[in-house]
Ligand binder design. Structure first.
Ligand code: ACO
Length: 376
């Protein structure tokens, strides 16, 4: 093993090839299938981006109509999945509820057991269509309310907000939420996507791979960071307290949630877009204090360290202004990232080789065996 170079956390290790997503960490660019995410964020629906990630090209109007019609028809949950979500304790962590619901949905998928490309493509569509229904249904359960059935007249973004709040969203909030979904749809070999690909590469089924991904996304160093950012804002309380709070946190070598990134060495382009929405929605909904505190945190940190905000820094304040409860931020991440996970799983199946790296052994060697009765 001496010729193998070990990199802690696999930093900068290239673990495979992919045609789906490119990140330029130096320039702060994110590209899906050749398209800059800033252009997609301004001009596409999330459904177009799902199609792009899976098919490699943006759909024509006709292709999109057909695609969205099928997706909309797949939104209702299988009865056992619905029953599970309304029967688990309301105190269940929403990511645990989602992970369990997705796992159960795999058993009831009409294509269960069929691992052909066409069947996997249909499973992927069902997951994109149903994860929003799962997340919204469980949130209604948490609130002691009856889940709202999906509305097939609405886009994926509009329908999610509708199922959550029970009323159709206004145009601007729906546009913001659609953009947030576009921005989170894929991000190369992030931890959850890598977990999905590792599982898929054993030729396990698509639902198992997605369940692995949901487990990885849950952690506070990955998808859980946006919730932690909001917890931090609550702890700080006032804009005037930011300097002292950040000084203390940095002195104790605490990680500031929503800052830093393994790949971006400049500002995450998704954060730049979400910052504008954080301000605009903050002004419109009376939640501007969140934005002001975030900006104060950013300025304080950047006056001390070359650290930049990542996507999670502003997304929580955007979701808060959209009326999405904090506990739902990571599940909402999954509502979007299921697009990227499934694109990567399908790509993995197309060119598969099991992913099986090595470890640099650092344990003891050449110990003499001691029979059980002689051990002290
Ligand atoms: N706050 C304070 N210091 C930080 C932060 C932070 N958020 N992030 C990195 N640093 C510092 C580290 O202390 C370290 O400094 P040192 O070299 O003086 O010891 C240096 O920057 C490198 O940090 P690492 O932790 O080694 O970077 P790594 O690439 O392993 O981790 C990660 C990346 C996990 C994103 C990290 O920056 C972090 O924990 N950030 C907070 C959690 C977060 O926001 N996660 C969301 C990421 S985006 C996503 O998953 C959607």
């Amino acid at each position: 093993m001496s010729e193998v170079q070990f990199k802690e956390g696999l930093e900068d290790v290239v673990a495979g090839t992919s045609e789906i997503c490119f990140i330029d960490g130096k320039e702060g660019r994110l590209v899906y299938r050749g398209y800059d995410v800033r252009d997609l964020a301004e001009q596409t629906t999330f459904e177009e981006v799902v199609y792009l990630l899976w098919e490699g090209n943006l759909p024509t109007r006709e292709q999109l109509n057909q695609f969205t019609t099928t997706l909309r028809s797949m939104r209702p949950l299988a009865k056992p999945v619905y029953d599970l979500l309304v029967s688990v304790p309301p105190s269940t962590n929403p990511m645990d509820a989602l992970r369990t619901a997705v796992s159960l949905a795999g058993i009831y998928d009409p294509d269960a057991g069929d691992n052909s490309y066409e069947a996997n493509r249909r499973k992927a569509m069902r997951l994109v269509a149903q994860i929003p229904t799962m997340v919204a249904s469980f949130e209604r359960r948490r609130q002691g309310r009856v889940p709202i059935a999906p509305d097939s007249h609405l886009s994926l973004a509009e329908n999610f907000l509708y199922m959550l709040h029970g009323k159709r969203p206004e145009q601007f909030p729906a546009h913001v939420f659609n953009t947030a979904l576009v921005l989170h749809a894929d991000h190369e070999l992030n931890a959850s996507t890598f977990a999905a690909r590792v599982t898929a590469a054993t030729l396990s089924d698509l639902y198992s791979a997605v369940t692995s991904a949901i487990g990885a996304l849950k952690g506070p160093l990955h998808g859980g960071a946006n919730e932690e950012v909001m917890v931090m804002l609550q702890e700080i309380g006032e804009v005037d307290h930011v300097d002292t709070w950040i000084d203390n946190a940095l002195a104790q070598h605490k990680k500031i949630m929503g800052f830093g990134h393994r790949v971006y060495k400049t500002e995450d382009p998704r954060a730049t877009i979400l910052r504008q929405f954080s301000r605009q929605l903050g002004e419109q909904t009376g939640t501007i204090k969140n934005y002001q505190m975030l900006e104060a945190i950013r300025q304080t940190i950047q006056s001390k360290k070359p650290l930049y905000p990542n996507v999670d820094f502003y997304s929580g304040s955007v979701y808060a202004a959209l009326g999405i409860p904090t506990e739902l931020y990571t599940p909402v991440f999954a509502v979007s990232r299921i697009a990227g996970w499934t694109a990567h799983i399908l790509e993995q199946y197309r060119h598969n080789r099991i992913i099986r790296p090595r470890a640099e052994y650092t344990g003891p060697s050449h110990r003499n065996f001691i029979p059980l009765d002689d051990r002290e």
